[in-house]
Ligand binder design. Structure first.
Ligand code: BTN
Length: 246
């Protein structure tokens, strides 16, 4: 039996997340990985665009779940761990670090972005589109902070996108099974072991305000615990976090 859901590979799509949404809204349940060699309208977090080129991986897992939306969102950390495993396989163990909530950085520069979208189905379950963009060959230049690509740190060429997905999809499945059978605790622990910036000062840009303080760690539901300068504790559940220049 395959150790991951089937992979459907396209040459070009507007966005693999958009394709997953269209299929979900038409009633498809998956699980299926949708990948495209080229995305013409890649989507990023918080309404941003995700620009990518041929040679990079753009993939989305379409699936459904009985879990409530807040819990299902924890799959973004599952995705971050799977992408981290891919980075370990290509670059050596420990090369990649995770930045809350789910960016994967190599030598302090973002190389992977994750976007989870979801919606209600008629049967009461949720559909989920877990989108993962990996800069295998090229780092985009039109971004707020300098990004990186796996190729920048490899002696030989980076893997082809579908070959990379064939490594990442089983890793995703292993972490997903741990999450289903044991809950969020093993995911939070693995994430914490790979995290950057814990114990350090950071700026947290939330949807409506910006806070600064020390990133203390991840709560049992995935929120970031931020110790404010006045000693108060803020649980950050949405936003971007920046450590120094990163
Ligand atoms: C981020 O802003 O960091 C998230 C980027 C997510 C990009 C991936 S590429 C595959 C999938 N399809 C999309 O349109 N977006 C996600």
């Amino acid at each position: 039996m395959a150790d991951h859901p089937p992979i459907e590979a396209y040459d070009s799509l507007d966005s693999t997340n958009a394709e997953a949404r269209r299929r979900a809204e038409a009633g498809e349940t998956g699980p299926v990985w949708i990948t495209a060699a080229l995305q013409t309208a890649g989507r990023g977090r918080r309404g941003r665009a995700w620009s990518t080129q041929r040679g990079n991986l753009a993939a989305t897992l379409l699936t459904v779940t009985d879990a409530p939306a807040a819990e299902a969102a924890q799959l973004s950390f599952v995705a971050a761990l799977a992408a981290c495993d891919l980075a370990d396989a290509c670059l050596g163990a420990g090369a990649a670090r995770l930045k809350w909530p789910n960016d994967v950085l190599i030598h302090g520069r973002k190389a992977v972005g994750i976007l989870v979208e979801s919606g209600a189905r008629g049967d009461g379950r949720l559909w989920l589109a877990v989108g993962i963009g990996v800069n295998l060959a090229h780092a985009p230049e039109d971004v707020e902070r300098p990004a990186s690509a796996f190729a920048d740190f490899m002696q030989g060429p980076p893997p082809q996108p579908v070959a990379a997905l064939e490594v990442m999809a089983p890793a995703f499945e292993r972490w997903r099974r741990a999450w289903v059978t044991q809950g969020f605790a093993p995911i939070a622990q693995a994430w914490t072991e790979r995290a950057m910036g814990l114990g350090e000062r950071c700026e947290a840009r939330l949807p409506s305000r910006t806070l600064s303080g020390v990133a203390e760690g991840m709560d049992s539901d995935g929120a970031l615990r931020l110790r404010l300068d006045d000693g108060g504790l803020e649980r950050v559940t949405a936003g971007d976090v920046f450590f120094g220049g990163v």
